[in-house]
Design a protein around this ligand. Sequence first.
Ligand code: AP5
Ligand code: MG
Length: 214
Amino acid sequence: MKLIMLGAPGAGKGTQAKKIAEKYNIPHISTGDIFRANIKNGTELGQKAKTYMDQGLLVPDELVVDLVMDRFAQPDCENGYVLDGFPRTIPQAEALDAALEKAGAKIDYAINVEVPDENIINRMSGRRACVGCGATYHIVHIPPKTEGVCDKCQKELILRDDDKPETVKKRLDVYHEQTQPLMDYYMEKGVLVEVDGTVAMEEVFDAIVEILGA
Ligand code: AP5
Ligand code: MG
């Protein structure tokens, strides 16, 4: 099963993609997580990406596409994957299509997790991410068992650098301008499905499972 998660920053793409990956036993590929891991490890790619990410801008397509193509070549992608945060521009979607065509494959669903902008800022300011395993929480909606500590690996939970309200506003502008056109792109391909992302996390997941099949 090959899936794409679409939706605004903070819509819950990562939250749902993790659950999908677990249930359907496919890898969760998040370009944002890959960049953050590179930043943490001080790689050249990480340094380049950070300058864009901290401003709420997209990392240039050429840096993203090669990275994802390398990831697809890993053996765990044989039975599919759930893409989270990629593609994010029309050129990225076209690069993905070209790679799929070459492999004789296709996307099964592009799942749009729909959340209005008004809800986003509040969600982001409450988000906490684990410095160890990358698990995400929300201080009100999805709190960890112990404040500031990851349930899974006991490491520290932090606010992401790009989750400051002014950066979130910029990310939302960039989303509307550069990523929202992908809705039409995947609608025309007949693979776009939509779920309401404003309801509880479990309800969002149930709606996705209903579409994908148990
Ligand atoms: P990325 O990491 O992909 O960030 P994003 O798209 O902005 O999305 P987020 O991860 O912020 O949100 P999410 O939808 O995953 O929400 P989450 O599940 O965490 O990218 C970061 C940056 O990297 C980009 O700005 C760009 O610079 C660069 N980048 C990455 N990919 C790129 C690409 N392809 N091209 C170019 N640049 C790229 O949920 C949010 C919060 O809400 C959490 O606290 C969560 O616990 C909570 N929550 C989730 N679901 C619910 C619910 N149903 N009810 C209540 N709370 C909920
Ligand atoms: Mg995410």
